[in-house]
Each structure stands twice: as C-alpha cells, then as structure tokens.
Design a protein around this ligand. Structure first.
Ligand code: G4P
Length: 525
C-alpha cells in the first residue's frame, strides 16, 4: 500500500450535521466552511430553506438548484484533514433522504439550541445514528442568548437520548452575561467579546487562573469552577473508545452566529472524529485501506442543473482510490461502467474531480444506469454493500396523467423520481393503478411540482389516505384476498405487499389468513 494513499484515507473526516430546523445548522456549516477557506463570504450556503416548512420555500430553492444542491456535499481542507460535510434536509417529510445520507458518514454533529433543548427532529435523527453506532459530537448553540442551565441540558441528553456525555468545555454565564467557555480539554478560558490578543487565559494544573485577572472578580467564574468540580467528580470519564462506539458524546458550547467556540470545536472534533470506517458487505467488512476501489450510491438527484437536465448519483467511496475514466463493475446488472464524468462539490461551486479516496463523496453523471443502494467496484467478486435502510410509507395517493397524450413523459418522470428515492411507487395487482407512497405530505407536493416543471406533465393525485404496508414473505398469494381494506400491490422491485386500511384491518386479515406471512422492512433495520 502506498504511504500517500494510507495517509490520504486517514485524513478524511466525513460527517453530517443533524438538528431540528432553526437550531443553527446553516450558520454553523457556514462558519466551518469559512475556517476551511471553502467560502470567503457568509451567506454562501443557501441550502437552509429546504429545512423550512412550506413547499413554496422548497420551490424557491429549486430555482437556485445549482447552489442548493452543491451545498449537499461540501469539502474543505483544514490543518491536515480533508473534511466532507454532507447536508441533510431539515424537514421531516424528507427524513428518508436524511436516513440514507447517514449511511454515508463516519460521524455526526448534533446541534442543539440551548434555549430549546432536545427537539423532536433531532431526537429522531439521533436515534438513527445511535442504532447505526455512528459517533456523535454535540454542539450546544446560541449561548449568546439566555438558554436552559447547562447541567439541565446534559441531564436531558442522558435521560431523553440515553447517551453519556462529556463536556469538552463549559459556558461561563450565558445571554447578556455570557463571558466565554471554560475549556477542559485545552486547559484555558476562551473569552467572548474581547480582542483576539486577550481571547485565551491559560489555566494552571488545578484548573484555575494563575495570578490576577478581572474575570476572577465575577461570581460567574466561581460558579463555573464549582460546576467544573462537580463534573470532574461526578461526571463521566472521557473515553475515546466510547466515543467511537457512539456510547458517549463530547459536548461543546458556543455561538455559531457570533463565531464563538466554532474553531475550538472544529479543531477538537478533527482530533477525535473517526477516519473512514469499514463498511459491511455481502463479502464481510470492507477495509477502507484496501486498495481495490469500491463504493455505494446513497443519493440520486435529477435535473440538478436545469440548463443541462442532468442527473447525478452521489457515491460514497468505501475503499481504494477513484480515478476519473476508470472502468468499474456494477454487480446489480453485471455490467461495466466507465466513470468518465465525475464531480466534486464545494459550497458555491462544483468542479471535476480526478482523484478521490475512501471517505470521499463524488458525484457521478448518471445517464440512468444507477439506482440508490448500488455498489460499484473494480473487484472481480460481485459483492454488494449492505442494503440501504427503507422507510415504510404511510401516506398514499393514486396518480394519473391529466392528459393521456402525455403518458410517455408521465412514465419517464415517475420512473426517474422514484429511482432518485424522492417517492415510492406501487402498482395495484388487480387494476394496475399507480400508487405513490410517502412518509410525509410534502413529498407529494414536491412530486407534483417537479412533474410539472421538469417533465412538463400535469398529474392528478387522488387521496387514498394513510395505510399500513406489509410485505409478503412468500410471493405466492391468492389475488382474491385483495380488497379495499387490504389492497394487494407490487412495489417497484416486483415484491408484493398488502396495504391495510388500519391496524384493525391488519389484525383481522392475519386472523383470517394465518398462512399469509407478512413483514415490515423497517423492523429488520
Ligand atoms: P437551521 O439551518 O438549523 O435551520 O438554522 P439557521 O442556521 O438558519 O439558524 C436559524 C436562526 O438562528 C437564524 O436566525 C440564525 O441567525 C439564528 N442563529 C444561529 N446561530 C445562532 C447563535 O449562535 N445565536 C443566535 N442568537 N442566533 C443564532 P433567523 O432570524 O431565523 O434567520 P436569519 O434571518 O438570521 O437568516
């Protein structure tokens, strides 16, 4: 193995930021990019509105698609590390997308608004990370405002999330009285709102300021020392092993907006965040330092650039080195693909990438070859990476084209948006109607909008309501069991499922037809 390759791989830090909308994800991302020199001005990251609540905001972003989508993967160098940040849509209706993105990271940064504590969407995403054993680093934001007492926030982390925490630093006051942070890791105090030359005050062996300093006159300083003593005596011990297993989260305090505590966070994070981790496959775990190139596609985005109508497949490299022009195998189809057009992403730009290694994310031009979850590899063994997690949709609509003459566009649009993972598609077995399944209502609205704007097709969507979808273990089934209350459908892979009207209909069906074995794919993840 060449020394450079190994060093390159070990320098990668690939992560996603998880948070509830408005906690400060966009602001923090932007500050990180500024430190990394990836952007020069604040205001460059415009992906934010995807996290807001109205479709109109999402559509607004669509107008600026080039920008919004390039910000879905951002790369920069800092010190000796190459950092890849993956953006995740903030809106819960797009949690499927987020869920898949989390399969492509090695760690996650969780932002918490100090006034709000742990919010619903954060908790949901946290659970996904925890389940997958992804190491989590916590940034408690907005200390320049009055928030919950820090000890209460830690207790919330441990009680609500069930994860141990280790504060790397600790706030001295907050809101108008925010003086700075007591840094347990770097053994210094970092002062808020002071000249750069005065920013850091070193601490002695006992964790106190040696000699005189005006901050010592403030009662908040004494209070902080007391709390630090409490943490030292009764708090958790720092453990890199626990961090790596996702059992302990290092906690940082700061204010993204004031750019306070962000650099300290970044530098400490880079020290402890894992480099690319091994990924499970049908051939066992694949070592990121193995020189045989491989990766998997976790996201497909069509029509990123309206001028070109292109489609990009996002690939997480899991082993080896990517070189533009290389030929790889696509085990799902058994075909070979030449990777001639590849893209790398910066916050405000995309550029051609010639080389990339394990841990990196590249965008591949997709003429319709790829599906979400596809493995690409140069290996002769046709192995596949672990299946990507799937959400069981709960909302359904029947969809048809308004104008029958537009059937061709209609099918093309549906097919592409389904491959992209934007929505799920089902066909009723008896009547061959198309049903769309989604996790959230907004997905339907975006589907309708994109069909109109990208494929020039008006669709009619008839509400079918919420359903409980259960797949059949055995494909052989009596089609006459299909009814309004238990509708037999086929998913896009040809697998059969029943859509039940409600829990009662599901139980009734199971009682009547015990020989029909059903399962929920989400139970297996
Ligand atoms: P998001 O991506 O997680 O949704 O959050 P975003 O960064 O957009 O931040 C949400 C709001 O919180 C923004 O204000 C932002 O300026 C503010 N904010 C972020 N970090 C801090 C912080 O450290 N302190 C304080 N006081 N506010 C912070 P907004 O008024 O909703 O938006 P904007 O008009 O400023 O863009």
């Amino acid at each position: 193995m060449s020394k450079n390759f190994k060093q390159d791989v070990l320098s990668r830090r690939t992560f996603a930021i998880i948070s509830h909308p408005d906690a400060g994800k966009t602001t923090l991302t932007e500050k990180l990019l500024l430190f990394g020199g990836a952007i020069r001005d604040a205001g460059t990251v415009k992906g934010k509105k995807t996290g807001k609540y109205a479709t109109s905001d999402w559509m607004e972003i669509e107008k600026q698609r080039g920008i919004s989508v390039t910000s879905s993967v951002m790369q920069f160098d800092y010190q000796n590390a190459r950092v890849n940040i993956l953006d995740t849509p903030g809106h819960q209706d797009f949690s499927e997308d987020t869920y898949r993105t989390l399969t492509a990271v090695d760690s996650a940064v969780m932002i918490i608004d100090s006034a709000k504590g742990i919010e619903e969407q954060t908790l949901k995403l946290f659970k996904v990370c925890k389940m997958r054993g992804i190491p989590i680093f916590t940034f408690i934001n907005k200390l320049d405002r009055q928030g919950k007492p820090p000890l209460e926030l830690l207790a919330e982390l441990e009680e609500v999330m069930g994860i141990e925490s280790y504060p790397m630093n600790w706030p001295i006051g907050m809101g108008k009285e925010f003086l700075g942070i007591y840094d347990r890791f770097y053994k210094r105090i970092e002062q808020f709102r002071v000249e750069d030359t005065e920013k850091y005050i070193p601490l002695n062996e006992d964790g106190e300021i040696e000699g005189d300093h005006s901050i010592k006159q403030d009662s908040l300083y004494d209070q902080t020392l007391e709390e630090i003593m409490l943490l030292n005596e009764a708090g958790n011990e720092f453990s890199e092993e626990k961090i790596n297993n996702g059992d302990l989260t290092p906690v940082f305090f700061g204010s993204a907006l004031s750019n306070f505590g962000v650099q300290t966070f970044l530098e400490t994070y880079l020290q402890f965040a894992p480099s690319p981790q091994a990924r499970k496959s049908s051939m066992g775990e694949i070592d990121p330092l193995s020189e045989e190139f491989s990766g998997f596609i976790f996201k497909i985005q069509a029509n990123m650039n309206p001028a070109h109508r292109d489609r990009i497949a996002f690939l997480r490299i899991c082993s080896g080195k990517f070189e533009r022009g290389m030929t790889v195998n696509l085990p799902r189809t058994g075909k070979q693909v030449k990777l001639a057009q590849s893209t790398q992403f910066m916050a405000d730009d995309r550029s051609t990438v010639n080389e990339a290694v394990s841990g990196d994310i590249i965008g591949l031009y997709d003429p319709g070859f790829y599906q979400i979850g596809d493995t690409l590899t140069v290996s002769k063994n046709a192995f596949q990476y672990e299946k990507l997690p799937q959400f069981t949709p709960e909302l359904f609509v029947k969809v048809t084209a308004k104008n029958v003459m537009k059937q061709k566009h209609f099918h093309k649009g549906i097919q592409q948006l389904v491959q992209e993972g934007a929505i799920q598609l089902y066909k009723t077995v008896k009547t061959e109607d198309y049903l769309l399944g989604a996790v959230g209502q907004l997905q339907f609205e975006v589907f309708e909008h994109r069909m109109r704007n990208e494929y020039n097709v008006e669709v009619i969507m008839e509400h079918v309501g919420s359903k409980i979808a259960r797949w059949l273990v055995d494909e052989e089934v009596n089609e006459n069991l299909s009814s309004g209350r238990s509708l037999l459908v086929e998913d896009r892979f040809g697998k059969k499922a029943f859509l039940f009207e409600n829990e009662f209909a599901l139980r009734w069906f199971q009682d009547k037809n015990p020989e029909v074995k059903l399962y929920n794919p989400m139970d297996e993840q």
